[in-house]
Design a protein around this ligand. Structure first.
Ligand code: MOS
Length: 692
């Protein structure tokens, strides 16, 4: 048990402290680093998916006015560590995926660099490539662990036997597409070397992670690298760890001693260089009695990774703890393809992994004639089925009931394909949502009294989530002082080490460190500090995770309308109710939740990276063809939460909310589309050709 803070500032719907600077253009992003006389670089990318570079002719490029240098694997510097093959930029001529960096052009202007990059002539010896994922490949392998360190397979009881003796079963295969992270601000890095030390302004979810990675790659002490990033225009996981372009920018800057170099990726380049969500193939098996009580639940997943670096999405982990069923099994198998390296994208694991099972639950509900809300309630476990630990708090049922009430679920006619409003077929659907409550092991904060104000310093990130606004709320309550006397400083490795803004763990982790620092400060100086007084704190060990299952839950409801003639699909209404502990700032929290739900709608209906098997190229690599839900698509998205008092998670009583909003949305929409049309779509996205 943790003593929860007395909430005074916590719980207030505060506006973003950085909001005005962001919308008025005062906030400086990575590509706007305040430095004089920068050079600019542009990347040259492989246009084969597998083979070797044989020759690179850059005489034309170098001859262009304004071009300063062209780096290739022939003349680029040797890195100290090439262990991470994704980051081993220009170290060999081997090509492992289309779009890989094969050259860097540095010039006086971004336009010159880009034009010169077109004039770099690369020849290859090409090898046959393979980018096609399927569940019947004979080279599928079992990774040792799945992201970040979950067991690859689990098995309890006997799923086959339960399937054979069950009164009702569902066996079906579902697929989710390849998705690319598309934050509004493309990835950008500005780099400058001076006296052998490196400073980078990088658009990142974690300045300290970028620092330690660059130090390793370039063979420097951490103290020789400074990373600055006060503002981020979104990341969704793609800025959670540095990708190859960050190394390329630092290499380019080293080639021009004393001169800063800027590298901004184009939207199109982001489709090969900054990660993506692997496509998944999910075989789901459910067994139940006539009353809908599950006797078995199983999820077997096939997904892809790259040949040069493994990323194993933990797609099946949520199935391990979601519902009570005595017989359970999960597995992950990977195909290592000639594709870019997959990585984190908002709720890796839970987001794709709740699609198949939550549609399967809908299929089971229909089969048994049980309301899908009720079916989920009947399978509510009283402990974590996997570990046997109690949940620190679990309010899925409250979310389902409250959501059903708010959405107007009670009078729902369960029959699919029978409601019409003019030319539109109308349906509603539901799905559950879950996300673990993580706290990272390493983060520190300093609190100082300065010019009559309290200042908390921590190298945390605000990737649009609200950190600038919520950390002062936590610090104010921990110090027992008014919120308007508290400032924070984040986004710079000059401030104490902080974990990456990932796994929805930021507020929980950094907030815990700030509370420790505040406690130390009050112990030392009481409530009447003097200028210059300061104290440190670090995040305590997360003891609760040994004794409790720690998760946030949610229930997602959607209304879908499908045009009877054209198959056009609209989602006029989405409603989510979440149980995520105490909400630190209702205003920024609501924004996180409806943002997640909107991204889930985007996944359900629009997003789909189309990988051409002939070239290994994502052909729809821009916003004209990679469709993302717009404001007009997200007509009415509502997020609510139930009061939840959880003394086990952290002193704020808060659970992470950055990712849970996207979990379950696609299933709720697919279920609603089935209810509207009677057509069961098991392969995302749900598009008109599939429902007609
Ligand atoms: Mo999130 S995908 O853990 O940045």
């Amino acid at each position: 048990m943790t003593d929860l803070l007395q909430p005074k500032a916590i719980g207030q719907a505060r506006v973003r402290r950085d909001g005005l600077d962001k919308v008025s253009g005062k906030a400086r992003y990575a590509n706007e680093a305040p430095i004089a006389n920068p050079a600019y670089c542009h990347l040259v990318q492989a246009d084969i998916a597998r083979g070797q570079v044989t020759t690179i002719d850059f005489t034309d490029a170098e001859a262009m006015p304004g071009v300063l240098a062209v780096l290739t694997h022939g003349n680029g510097e040797r890195l100290s560590s090439t262990k991470d093959k994704e980051l081993a930029v220009l170290q060999t001529g081997d090509i492992a995926f289309r779009g890989q960096i094969v050259g860097v052009v540095i010039a006086e202007s971004p336009e010159a660099a880009r034009q010169a990059a077109e004039l770099v002539h690369v020849e290859y010896s090409q090898e046959p490539h393979d980018v096609s994922l399927s569940a019947d490949r004979d080279d599928l392998y079992k990774p040792e662990k799945v992201n970040p360190s979950f067991d690859t397979d689990t098995s309890t009881g006997d799923v086959d036997a339960a399937m054979n003796s069950a009164e009702a079963t569902v066996t079906a295969t579902y697929t989710t597409a390849m998705y690319h992270n598309n934050p509004m601000e493309p990835h950008a890095t500005t780099a400058l070397w001076s006296d052998g030390d490196l400073i980078v302004w990088d658009s990142t979810q974690g300045v300290h992670a970028v620092r330690s990675t660059l130090a390793k790659v370039f063979g420097l002490h951490k103290e020789q690298v400074r990373v600055v990033c006060p503002y981020v225009g979104g990341g969704f996981g793609s800025k959670g760890m540095p990708h190859a372009h960050v190394v390329a920018a630092a290499m380019a800057a080293r080639a021009l001693p004393g001169r800063p170099v800027k590298l901004a990726l184009t939207r199109q380049q982001m489709f090969s260089l900054v990660g993506y969500r692997t496509p998944t193939i999910q075989r789901v098996r459910l067994a139940a009695d006539r009353a809908g009580r599950l006797s078995a639940i199983a999820l077997d997943v096939v997904e892809q990774t790259s040949r040069i670096k493994e990323f194993a999405e933990q797609t099946a982990v949520a199935t391990r703890m979601m519902y009570a069923a005595p017989n359970r099994a999960t597995s992950h198998r990977l195909a290592a393809l000639d594709v870019p390296v997959p990585s984190w994208m908002r709720a890796p694991g839970e987001c794709p992994g709740m699609f198949g099972p939550e549609v399967a639950m809908d299929e089971l509900a229909e089969h048994l004639g049980i309301d899908p809300v009720e079916l989920r309630i009947r399978n509510e476990p009283d402990r974590d089925p996997e570990t046997g630990n109690p949940f620190s708090s679990r309010n899925l049922v409250a979310c389902l009931r409250d959501g059903a009430e708010r959405f107007g679920w009670a009078d729902r006619d369960p029959r699919p394909g029978v409601r019409r409003d003019g030319d539109w077929l109308v349906g509603t659907g539901v799905a559950s949502s879950v996300y673990p409550t993580y706290r990272m092991p390493q983060s520190e904060a300093t609190i100082r009294f300065e010019n009559g104000r309290y200042v908390a310093e921590i190298g945390a990130a605000d990737l649009g989530t609200g950190t600038w606004t919520t950390l002062p709320q936590i610090a104010a309550d921990a110090l027992g002082v008014p919120l308007d006397q508290v400032d924070v400083r984040i986004g710079d490795t000059e401030y104490p080490i902080a974990s990456v803004a990932g796994g929805s763990s930021g507020t929980s982790t950094w907030g815990s460190a700030i509370v420790e620092a505040a406690n130390a400060f009050r112990d030392k100086y009481g409530s009447d500090p003097e200028d210059g007084d300061e104290a440190q704190g670090q995040v305590p060990e997360y003891q609760a995770k040994k004794r409790y299952a720690l998760y946030a839950f949610g229930a997602q409801f959607a209304e879908v309308r499908v045009h009877a003639d054209t198959g056009e699909i609209r989602v006029p209404r989405m409603l989510g109710v979440f149980a995520a502990g105490r909400i630190v700032n209702p205003r920024t929290a609501r924004s996180q939740l409806i943002g997640g739900m909107t991204m889930g709608m985007s996944m359900a209906l629009y997003e789909n990276s189309v990988l051409d098997p002939r070239t290994g190229h994502v052909v729809n690599h821009d916003f004209a063809e990679y469709h993302i839900a717009t404001c007009a698509d997200a007509a009415n998205v509502e997020a609510y939460w139930v009061d939840e008092h959880d003394p086990h998670v952290n002193p704020m009583g808060s659970k992470g909310i950055g990712e849970i909003g996207i979990v379950g949305t696609a299933a709720a929409i697919a279920n609603a589309a089935h209810h509207a049309t009677g057509v069961r779509v098991r392969d995302l996205p749900v598009t008109l050709d599939k429902v007609l």
